[in-house]
Design a protein. Structure first.
Lengths: 371, 368
């Protein structure tokens, strides 16, 4: 036990000595927490439209004005032909081309129907879909308000369904509410996963682990001595993260703070075990970093951080349940945003505890003091 | 020249000896392409919905069966209690609820106006917004069915063409992003570490006192990673063509030339990082964690750049991956020629010269 105290002192001294690493552990998370929620806004707005108006009639003017005033679109350039508009798309200046054919007004009046050409830059399929749908709505609306239609419209046979909607927990549907809790998880993950793995392998690579091996320090003391400092740092970073999200974004846990910390504690133990596991399988820092990076990328992408888990195919959903990150991201959002209580989240704690046992058990089993 | 070749061979030995890192270097793009291609999509599906049907008449039942049949929704349960909705949200069992008032059908036909309420779990705004759109469309359709005569006589029909991507292949957007991300991270991290490792182990001194020119030491370090990155790039292209069905529309030689330029930019950045750091740990953290975030955020492939605050949009200009992303998108996916990307190429080239110049200038031939 006394030995553990000395190891801890040594580890803390080593960590606190390296100012660059220290800065990266405390400053980078804060920067991430401030930058990411500002950057992650998936709203589709400011769709750039290039209008090719071959008609130049009152109607085409009205339509163009209507599109301009809808708020979703910005006009860009004044292409005289479709080819010119296509070049605008090629240069990323426009996302969408609206081509109004000549005789637009005349045909509409005579034939009763007139096609309009919309061409969307569909490389970003979801954005293209939404942009085209917005434009479709504007056109449909314009359609209903054409003078002739207003005059001719038959009174509806049945009533209208009015839709009111409420977004609970986040009335204005702002993305920051979704992102901030997830970034908190990201911070813990980076510290827990990367730092431990790197730290232990460093001793291996430099050869100082041999010196520790010949001392009477026991295996569990060495491992605990490596894990506890990062566990403490992780909790400090998490606390800083919570403060920053309150000060910058006004987001604070609606649920029980102690419950949140309980989960953070267990989650960090999972991740430390994971880092330890990686370190037992790698011989150099580069290896450790790359293996950790490899899994972290998979964990983060599958965790529902960026995309919803429900929308994934079945196999991917199973895979995503098999990572601790997914569970903590879920719980974090539940407690912070919805104020979920013990009964609603206890299931997740069981999962996290299982991960903790598996990762740490596997790592300790695989770790041999003499290597 | 012969000396240089010998040194390059030495570096290759180092690279090939570390099988695990090599495996990950080539495994990373495979996994990312598979995940982005098959698992991740920004489309919202399988929304778990709760229906609180206080009317239980023909109309509400028809609407509910429409929801059941829709691939977008999974009907989780039918409830009559308002509190149950809140619990379901808090448990994460459902993400939205549709509430029909009593006498829905009577009001719809008799009063000519009826309200339904949608409640969404706003903790995922993306789903919340999509739910409202989907349900509005469904209810609108139902209304149309009830009023077939309400169609307007004069119609403007929008004919939408999806340029560059007729089938709506969702992975298209990710391919250039994954390329930029992987090349940037792999090149930068591996180069910087391979130099710093020599420093940390003390073997750099040995290299510096040899008759070999110091600058050539750096060049010998960079060349194996240039070749490996090109191999990696080829792998990503092959994967996206044969696994994701993304075709290369433009000129392949141009794509390779641009990628080589980008790889050299990243290598120079790696060399610069290796100058500034003295331990592998710092170099790795700087180049992996420090590079990952800007590469993810500022290339605009995961998060739309145009929505970001202005300072971010300005910063994004100094991230090389952003320019490369634009080039790959134009050449590979849109099939455009050099005349469309010369500006981006020039920016990348300028960055490369600057970074390489700084790296070579700051390269210390004396350690202490």
């Amino acid at each position: 036990m006394r030995a553990l105290g000395f190891i801890l002192r040594k580890e803390f001294r080593q960590i606190l000595r390296d100012k660059t690493i220290l800065a990266m552990m405390f400053v980078m998370p804060t920067i991430q927490l401030i930058i990411l929620p500002l950057a992650m806004n998936f709203e589709v707005k400011n769709v750039n439209v290039a209008v090719v108006d071959h008609d130049h009639s009152t109607y085409s003017q009205k339509l163009v004005n209507k599109i301009g005033s809808s708020g979703y679109f910005k006009f860009t350039g004044a292409p005289a032909s479709y080819a010119e508009a296509l070049a605008l798309i090629g240069r990323e200046k426009a996302d969408l081309i609206l081509e109004i054919p000549s005789g637009f007004e005349r045909n509409l009046v005579r034939e009763g129907s007139q096609p309009l050409g919309i061409s969307v830059d569909a490389i970003n399929a979801s954005k293209a879909g939404i942009g085209a749908a917005y434009l479709g709505q504007v056109i449909a609306d314009f359609n209903a308000r054409i003078d002739m239609n207003v005059k001719n419209a038959a009174p509806p046979a049945s009533g209208v369904i009015d839709i009111t909607f409420t977004n609970w927990f986040n009335p204005r549907a702002e993305y920051k509410y979704n992102v901030v809790p997830a970034v908190l998880v990201l911070l813990l993950t980076l510290i827990g996963g990367f730092m431990t793995a790197l730290n232990i392998v460093r001793e291996k690579e430099i050869g100082t682990i041999e010196q520790i091996n010949v001392t009477p320090i026991k295996k569990w003391e060495f491992i605990l001595g490596k894990l506890i400092p990062f566990w403490v740092i992780g909790m400090v970073v998490f606390t800083i993260g919570l403060c920053v999200s309150y000060l910058v974004y006004g987001i604070y846990p609606r649920g029980n703070l102690l419950l949140l910390y309980l989960f953070a504690v267990v989650y960090l133990i999972d991740l430390l075990g994971f880092g330890l596991l990686i370190s037992t399988y790698s011989n150099s820092q580069v290896q450790a970093m790359f293996i950790a990076f490899f899994f972290m990328v998979i964990f983060m992408l599958m965790s529902g951080f960026f995309t919803s888990i429900d929308s994934m195919p079945h196999w991917a959903r199973i895979m995503s349940e098999l990572t601790p990150v997914t569970h903590f991201v879920r719980v974090d959002r539940m407690i912070i945003l919805k104020g979920s209580g013990w009964n609603e989240v206890k299931q997740e704690l069981v999962y996290l505890l299982c991960f903790g046992v598996v990762f740490n058990g596997w790592a300790i089993w695989n770790y041999r003091k003499t290597n | 020249m012969k000396q240089l070749l010998v040194f390059i061979r030495k570096e290759f030995y180092h690279v090939f000896r570390d099988k695990r890192t090599l495996l990950i270097m080539f495994g990373l793009p495979v996994v990312q392409i598979v995940l982005f291609g098959f698992a991740l999509s920004s489309e919202v599906k399988n929304i778990r919905i709760i229906v609180a049907d206080h009317a239980r008449d023909v109309h509400t039942q028809q609407i509910v069966s429409k929801i059941k049949a829709s691939p977008y929704f999974i009907l989780e349960e039918q409830v009559w209690d308002y509190n149950r909705i809140e619990t379901a949200f808090k448990e994460g069992k459902a993400t939205c609820a549709l509430i029909f008032p009593p006498q829905f059908g009577d009001d719809l036909l008799g009063q000519g106006r009826v309200q339904v309420q949608i409640i969404t779990d706003g903790s995922d705004p993306n789903i919340a917004k999509t739910v409202v759109n989907y349900l509005t469309a469904m209810l609108g359709e139902y209304q149309q069915q009830l009023n077939p005569t309400a169609r307007v006589p004069y119609r403007i029909v929008a004919e939408t063409r999806m340029l560059y991507n007729e089938e709506g292949n969702g992975s298209l957007n990710f391919v250039p992003g994954v390329m930029a991300l992987i090349l940037m991270i792999v090149c930068t991290a591996l180069t910087s570490v391979s130099v710093v490792k020599e420093k940390e182990m003390g073997t750099m001194e040995v290299l510096l006192v040899s008759p070999f020119k110091p600058v050539l030491v750096l060049i010998a370090k960079a060349i194996p990673y240039l070749l490996l990155s090109l191999a990696n790039f080829t792998l990503i292209i092959l994967l996206s063509v044969y696994v994701l069905d993304v075709e290369v529309k433009g000129s392949v030689p141009l794509l390779f030339a641009e990628s080589t330029l980008f790889i050299i930019t990243c290598l120079s950045l790696g060399l610069l990082i290796s100058n500034a750091t003295s331990s592998q740990q710092t170099a790795l953290l700087l180049s992996l964690m420090g590079m990952m975030l800007p590469a993810l955020i500022f290339t605009g492939f995961l998060m739309p750049l145009e929505n970001m605050p202005l300072p971010f949009q300005v910063i994004s200009n100094i991230v090389p991956a952003r320019w490369y992303y634009l080039i790959v998108k134009a050449v590979m996916l849109k099939g455009l020629g050099f005349s469309y990307v010369w500006k981006e190429t020039l920016v990348l080239a300028g960055m490369t010269v600057l970074l390489l110049g700084l790296a070579l200038k700051n390269f210390k031939t004396r350690l202490q």
